[in-house]
Design a protein around this ligand. Structure first.
Ligand SMILES: Cc1ncc(COP(=O)(O)O)c(C=O)c1O
Length: 407
């Protein structure tokens, strides 16, 4: 008799965005004359930068010509893109990352979800709360947790991010082996200072642990004092893997291109105490289960690093940050304490009431969709996430409606 992976039955039954879609669907069916503005899901709204479109067209033409046609490419990504990433995203910021330490993929969601496969099933996990749900759910699926009791899985050391610590968790007293960190953070929009990241790197080195550092939103950092990469911290090469994505840098959410950096100096140990480079394990995993990102998409991603690409993507992230500023100012004027929005496209609003209740109030009274914080974890209760990914017109309209609904 075929049996299921019973770890899947431990997963919380519903998915946050499915719940939101259900409520928004019911509202829209009952009120077809007043459509809701969605400041909930973190998907981009603006088209791809022209430099990327030009590269995409040119590469598509290459695929139409026998002399320049490409079949399977290297699973780890074409050299032209890996070299640009190493030179522009790392060397320019003083980080030593080699091109062959960069693994090109079709998304950070897959990478963040798949990376846990190369670690033992009994490693001790430390995961922030609130959190991007992929880190937790993929470990539940792999059997690294017990049951979900009162909204938390047994076997995870939760790192509370609350107003008390400015939504950036300090290193815990207890040891952990695999630590997930995400800065700028989804959902809170908080960023970690150099000193805070130094403390995490020191903790990981002390505990022979690995930090999985998700910096999908690094291109929104404007404060020059805030590190954009974990590798800006001395010693991080020996303890950290970093995930980045073109999704939010350049609007590639529907185009799909990202990368993961695994330094060759990063080790993990087998039961007998022998050290193994994680680079070799991830290379094995990636080449066995992944067959590379489409050539035209990698060319479009490479265009992000051209002079025009840089200025166009900067304009794109500036545009969303302009929305974020409007949202944060408006919610602040309404008396809510907020974080995020200055170095991140998300604003985390302390609404002081049940987050689903606030969601329902916004939907029914303002016709605006926000994301209930409790969907990201226990510590998200009492908060909502507002996303800056929308047109200026929609953001302004939504903020006027929120102000009127709360007046
Ligand atoms: C923190 C974080 N990591 C990763 C991703 C996924 O990015 P990608 O589109 O590259 O899969 C997201 C998407 O919203 C995210 O918020």
């Amino acid at each position: 008799m075929i049996r299921i992976n019973e770890n899947y039955t431990k997963l919380k039954a519903s998915y946050l965005f499915a719940d939101i879609a259900k409520r928004v669907g019911a509202y829209t069916a009952a009120n077809p004359q007043s459509p809701a503005i969605r400041l909930g899901i973190g998907d981009v709204t603006e088209p791809l930068p022209p430099a990327c479109i030009d590269a995409l067209h040119a590469a598509t033409d290459e695929m139409a010509n026998r002399a320049t046609f490409k079949g399977y490419g290297p699973e780890q990504g074409y050299g032209f893109l890996r070299e640009l990433v190493a030179a522009s995203d790392y060397a320019e910021r003083g980080c030593r990352i080699e091109p062959d330490e960069v693994f090109i993929s079709d998304g950070s969601k897959c990478d963040c979800g798949n990376i846990q496969e190369i670690f033992a099933t009994d490693v001790r996990l430390a995961i922030p709360d609130p959190v991007y749900p992929v880190y937790v759910d993929t470990n539940v699926m792999a059997g690294r947790t017990g049951a979900n009791v009162d909204g938390r899985y047994e076997g995870i050391l939760y790192l509370d991010s609350t107003s008390r610590n400015g939504y950036v968790p300090a290193v815990p007293d207890a040891p952990a082996d695999l630590i997930y960190l995400c800065f700028p953070n989804n959902p809170t929009g908080a960023v970690a200072t150099r000193a805070q990241l130094e403390a995490w790197v020191a903790y990981a080195r002390r505990n022979k642990a690995v930090i999985l550092f998700d910096s999908a939103y690094e291109s929104y950092i404007r404060d020059p004092g805030i590190p954009r990469s974990i590798y800006e911290i001395e010693g991080a090469r020996d303890v950290a893997i970093e995930f980045r994505s073109f999704s939010k840098i350049a609007g590639f959410t529907g185009t799909r291109c990202a990368y993961t950096v695994v330094p060759k100096t990063l080790m993990a140990w087998d039961r007998a105490g022998n050290a193994h480079p994680l680079h070799a394990l991830w290379n094995r995993r990636h080449t066995t289960k992944f067959n590379g990102v489409a050539y035209p998409i990698q060319r479009a991603a490479a265009a992000v690093y051209s002079a025009e690409g840089r200025s166009q993507t900067r304009a794109l992230t500036d545009f969303y940050l302009g929305n974020a500023r409007l949202i944060r100012d408006a919610m602040g004027k309404l008396g809510f304490a907020c974080v995020g929005g200055d170095n991140a496209p998300y604003i985390w609003v302390n609404v002081g009431t049940d987050s689903w209740q606030f969601f329902d109030q916004m939907l029914s009274k303002a016709q605006v969709v926000v994301t209930p914080g409790s969907g990201f974890g226990k510590c998200g209760e009492g908060h909502v996430r507002i996303s800056a990914f929308n047109s200026r017109e929609n953001v302004e309209k939504a903020l006027a409606r929120i102000a009127a609904a709360l007046a």
